[in-house]
Structure formats: C-alpha cells, structure tokens
Design a protein around this ligand. Structure first.
Ligand code: PHE
Length: 457
C-alpha cells in the first residue's frame, strides 16, 4: 500500500494485475452466466439469441466496461467520489449527476445482493443435497426445490450462510480478502467447467448442444429476446452499478485497463457459452426440451443428474461451480456499498462490511420467504436501475470527462490507441446511450404504449 504524504489513510490496492483480472472476472462470472444465460437462451430459441447477445456485449458491454474501469482508475475512489472528482470542472451539474449515479449504484448493490444471496443459497442447498448431507426428496428435484422455496426456514438458513461467506471476505480487505479468494475460486471454477465439458463430450449431447447454441434461427428472434439480451449484457458484466468503477479504483495508475477490460468481458462470455454447452448437453442427452425457464438449473438438471452415470459427482461439481461463481460476484456487490461508506463517510472496512452486510441480509429475508418480493427487487434493479446507471455513466464518460481522463486507458496501446480511442468515443457518445435508452423505455412499457414493440415481460 502506498501512503502519500498528504493522504491520511492508505487506500487499498490490488496486489497484482492478475489478481485484479481474476477479481473482476469473479464479479462478472456469476449466477448470470451459469443460471440465467442458459435458461434465457433456452427460452429464446438458441443461436440467434446468442448472436444478438454477443452484439450487445460488443456495443454496450465493452464500451461501458472501459468507461467504468477508467473512471475508477482516474478517480481513485468509490463510485460517487470518483465521479465527483472527475466531473468537478463541470460545476453543480457534474456534482448532481455524481450523487445521483453514486446513490443509484449503492442502492443497486444493496438490492441485488439481497436477492442474489437467496438464489446463491439455493445453490448451497443443492450442493448439500448432492453431497448426501441432507436427504433429497424422494419425489425428485422439483419436490426438493419446492420444499426449499416453500420452507422459509431453509431459505433463510442458506441465505444467512451465503451472506456470512460474503461479509467475512469483504471485511478482510481488497487484497487480503477479495483478491485472495478470487485467485483461488476462478481457476477452480474454470477447472470444474472444463471437466464437466469433457464429461458431456464423452457421454453425448454435446453436438446437439453446440448446434442449438451456434446455429442461428432468426425466425425465433423476437423484440422481447433482443431486449432481454441487452439487459443481460449489463447484468452479466456487472455494469451500471459501479462494481467496475470500485474495482478499478484499487488499480495502480499504470494499469492497462483496455486489455484487462477486454479480458474480463471475453472470459465472462466464454464461461457463459461453456456453461450453456454443458447444461444443454445434459438436457439434450436426456431427450428434453431446452426451454425449461428459471427452473432449468434447479429443477430440470438435478433430476437428470440422478439418471446419469456418475451423476452424483457431476451434480456436486456443478453446484460447486454455481456457488463459486455466485460467491465471487457477491463480493463485488457488497464492495460497492462498503467502499462508499469507507470513502465518503469514514467508516472502517470492518464496521461497514458487517453493518451493511447485516442490513442487506435483513432485506434479503423478504426474498427468502416470498417469491414476489424477490421478483420485485430483481425487476427494479435489472430493468430500471442498472440500465439507468449505465446510461448516466455512458453520458458522463462520453461527454463530461476531460479528454485526458477519458483517453488515458488507450495511451498504453501505442499507435493502435488513437483509432481505438476515437471509435470508443463515438460508440460511448452515441451508440451505447441510444441502445440503453431504448431498453429502458421498452422495459418501462413506454415503447409498447407507443406501439413500437411488443415486449411482454
Ligand atoms: N455479473 C454477476 C452475474 O453475472 C452479477 C452482478 C451484477 C455482480 C452486478 C455485480 C454487479 O451473476
């Protein structure tokens, strides 16, 4: 840690560049990749949806990823503090936008973690069931799942365990806690995923699965699918709520944020696709349909594991995978909140972690006992708060930052940097905000009312 002569408190830092990349990938790779991406891809018909999703990662995900990282690195503080520092020359307008975005970001971290933890808790439950520690319902996975969701006590138990896992690590610190854990979880996660892939490669279903994911059938593509892909690009890359701003703020000044941002986005995408390949192989090998919806991972798969050779082991590995992914993402959700209270309000890291972790746990009790409560916070954050946060961050990055701050990340790329910086500026100024605005209006049902699109959900 460096302690400048005039900085009263040393600010936390990542130990190594690889440590940062693993922590940021840990944030990105989560339930969104292993639970949500496969089931929405299944519902929206496969290949064509995947293509649109890849387009969204390119046009919205990557430009925003760079924006958040560079804002964090140049601002050197929590979301609100970093934005305020970088828009100071814009007067009150900059300050108002910073406070708005900062508040939105902290609120999103708070709300998302509250229900994310409950779903992560389900993964722990299934892991424990797969390990044979508690008994599985004799009537199959659906009954196991319904018993879990229907039993407030069980849901609360696993939600509490998950929150303790997250708080314990964040309280230890950026380097000693988050980086330490992610440096172990991420390689394990990739290792498990590759083993599962080898397994399905040997036992069948892989060819059908690859065809489903990579052969686009555009007749299946609806306006609703496109919106879902846009919205998911935010969630899966942890964008729109300052997670990457906060992680970027612990970087050294000379870090190559362009390359690291691309690495994180590519890793996130590859892992989502691999998870999809594994899951659909199992589904197709059993002759089932891919469109099972949210129950794909918690109902369909556990049932199929029962009939697979080596299925118990496969199940244990799979739920470890899900838990590791959720854990490393949960850390970043809490870190956004903790960094804000540490940097802006002088809390100690330990106090902020336990206090706000406890409050988030309390809010999550609602999601643990009520599906409607969970849906409310899920919709509120993924439909409105993340896109709105992303929109403002794009506007700030594209229009309000000083050119020196804006382009700092491209300098390290040498000659290739200038054209890339130009392309990024164009995209972040025009393309990203317009696309995000369309998602936002559509999700609010406004385009619907104007008769543009049928969005349904
Ligand atoms: N990216 C995580 C996932 O895919 C979720 C997340 C969203 C984490 C926002 C942090 C911030 O599950």
């Amino acid at each position: 840690m460096d302690r400048g002569p005039d900085s009263p408190k040393p600010r936390a830092r990542w130990g190594t560049r690889l440590g940062f990349v693993l922590a940021a990938s840990g944030s990105a790779v989560g339930l969104g990749n292993i639970w949500k991406f496969p089931y929405i891809t299944g519902e929206y018909g496969g290949g064509a949806f995947v293509l649109v999703y890849l387009g969204c990662i390119l046009l919205i995900g990557l430009p925003l990823m760079y924006s958040e990282l560079i804002i964090g690195r140049r601002g050197g503080k929590d979301v609100l503090g970093a934005l305020r520092a970088l828009t100071r020359h814009r007067g009150p307008g900059g300050r108002i936008l910073s406070v708005l975005t900062g508040t939105l970001a902290v609120g999103s971290g708070f709300f998302i973690l509250s229900y994310y933890s409950v779903v992560a808790g389900w993964a722990i439950h299934f892991l424990v069931v797969s390990l044979g520690i508690t008994s599985r319902s004799p009537d199959g996975a659906e009954a196991t799942f319904l018993a879990l969701v229907g039993s407030s006590a069980l849901s609360v138990l696993w939600h509490s365990v998950f929150m303790l896992l997250v708080i314990g690590v964040v309280a230890r610190g950026v380097h000693e806690g988050i980086e330490f854990l992610c440096s172990r979880l991420m390689p394990a996660l990739v290792g498990i995923l590759l083993l599962l892939l080898v397994y399905v490669g040997l036992t069948g279903g892989l060819a059908l699965s690859v065809e489903f994911l990579f052969r686009p059938d555009f007749s299946k593509l609806s306006g609703e699918a496109i919106l879902e892909a846009l919205g998911h690009a935010f969630f899966t890359l942890s964008l729109g709520m300052g997670a990457m701003v906060t992680y970027g703020s612990y970087l050294k000044r000379d870090t190559y944020v362009v390359r690291d941002g691309v690495t994180v986005a590519v890793l996130d995408t590859v892992i989502a696709l691999l998870a999809g390949m594994v899951i659909f192989s199992v589904v197709f090998a059993a002759g089932m349909e891919p469109g099972a919806g949210p129950g794909l991972v918690f109902v369909t798969l556990p049932d199929l594991f029962l009939d697979m050779p080596g299925g118990t082991l496969f199940g244990v590995a799979f739920f470890f995978l899900l838990l590791f992914a959720a854990w490393s993402s949960g850390l970043s959700l809490l870190e956004v909140v903790v960094a804000y209270f540490v940097d802006e309000h002088g809390f100690s890291r330990t106090a902020a972690s336990w206090l706000f972790g406890a409050l988030i746990w309390g809010l999550g009790l609602g999601s643990a006992v009520s599906g409607d409560f969970m849906d409310f916070f899920d919709n509120l954050t993924t439909r409105y708060m993340l896109p709105l946060g992303g929109l403002i961050i794009a506007v700030i990055a594209g229009w309000l930052l000083r050119p020196a701050d804006r382009e700092a990340g491209f300098l390290s790329l040498g000659d290739a940097g200038t054209p890339l910086a130009r392309a990024w500026t164009l995209i972040i100024r025009f393309v990203t905000p317009i696309l995000v605005l369309v998602v936002l209006l559509a999700k609010m049902g406004i385009l619907d009312r104007l008769g543009f699109l049928r969005t349904g959900g």
